[in-house]
Write a protein that binds this ligand. Structure first.
Ligand code: GTR
Length: 328
């Protein structure tokens, strides 16, 4: 073989090898989600996976693990931070304890309604919250809806903060939620989502709090038949990615991944609105006693110590709290 041919052959081999290693190195991400198969978030995360695959011609693939099979949400947050999983749909509630900026959305009644939450998250407050999450290794690609959380329990309707007094109420892992229950004289019980059904059933707790779709999809309505519309928390959720994984992508792939997440969030929000309605109808048909709380002032007033304590420990976050409250 002439030298020039040999060089040609070597170059061709290098190209083939590079091609192969490119194929071998194609990203195969693992994704965490806590919800059941037909839940809006589950369908939307599957759509996200499909878009990644399609728009990258198979270079980026995401295998979703639904139903919390990869662990509880607080565990999954740590797994995402260290890169044991690459992608997740998280509620910002359990992220708050490790990312103070993100904790602001867990202050009860900080958002007036879902539209206010959207405007704040799509504006400067959302940017500051994202930046806070990046500091702990999590990049928020898009926001999902999670409706409003209200109290439900096994015993009686709740109409005023005093009705919570003496009740043992499950909360997500976050001191703000424990403080919220204590401020009404109740006993907070932080616990994983997957344990709530049994705990309600066996009387380990008297109540919990969540939105209509989670109350319905988990079957909690079967064992805690009083749902009282306090709507005390409107917590956004994220499609999140490990920051190192994200930062290693080319600019074009960053864009591709963000666009796919955003497209999935459009779908999630549409499905969410429908599911919230359908879940509500389903549980009421099944016999759930539901009461509206038209005047929430007593609950809002009861939360003053929660705000005071939060701002005392996070004085630098006061402008963020005020910026959210002032968002028109
Ligand atoms: C749901 C939320 C989950 C989880 C759950 C809980 O509304 O979508 O991510 O946070 O509440 O109460 O643990």
């Amino acid at each position: 073989m002439k030298l020039i041919d040999r060089i040609g052959a070597t170059a061709a081999a290098v190209v083939v090898a590079a091609g192969l290693s490119g194929a071998v190195q194609a990203a195969e991400w693992k994704g965490w989600n806590i919800h059941v198969p037909d839940y809006p978030n589950t369908v939307a995360m599957d759509k996200f996976a499909e878009l990644l695959d399609k728009n990258s011609d198979g270079r980026i693939t995401l295998k979703m693990f639904h139903g919390g099979v990869l662990g509880s949400q607080p565990d999954a947050i740590e797994q995402l931070r260290i890169g044991a999983i690459e992608i997740a749909n998280f509620n910002l509630g359990p992220i708050g304890p490790v990312a103070p900026e993100a904790n602001v959305v867990s202050l009860p009644f900080i958002f007036k309604d879902q539209d206010h939450m959207h405007r704040a998250m799509d504006g400067a407050p959302g940017e500051q919250i994202s930046a806070g999450m990046e500091k702990i290794g999590i990049v928020a690609l898009a926001w999902y809806d999670s409706g409003a959380r209200s109290f439900y329990n096994t015993k009686k309707p709740i109409n005023k903060p005093d009705d919570v007094a003496g009740m043992k109420v499950r909360v997500m892992n976050n001191d703000l939620y424990s403080g919220m229950i204590s401020a009404m004289g109740g006993n907070p019980s932080p616990m994983a989502f997957s344990e709530v059904y049994q705990s309600l059933k066996t009387g380990v707790v008297d109540g919990a709090e969540n939105n209509w779709p989670s109350y319905e999809s988990t079957g909690h309505f079967e064992v805690a038949g009083f749902y009282s519309m306090s709507e005390h928390l409107i917590i956004p959720e994220c499609v999140c990615i490990n920051a190192d994984v994200y930062n290693a992508l080319s600019d074009a792939d960053k864009e591709l991944v963000r666009n796919a997440a955003r497209e999935s969030s459009v779908l999630q929000r549409e499905l969410w609105a429908k599911r919230a309605e359908a879940s509500r109808e389903k549980v009421i048909k099944a016999g759930v006693k539901f009461n509206d709380i038209a005047d929430k002032k007593a609950f809002q007033d009861a939360m003053k110590p929660v705000y005071a304590k939060f701002l005392e420990s996070n004085p630098d976050l006061k402008p963020l709290v005020e910026a959210i409250q002032a968002t028109q």
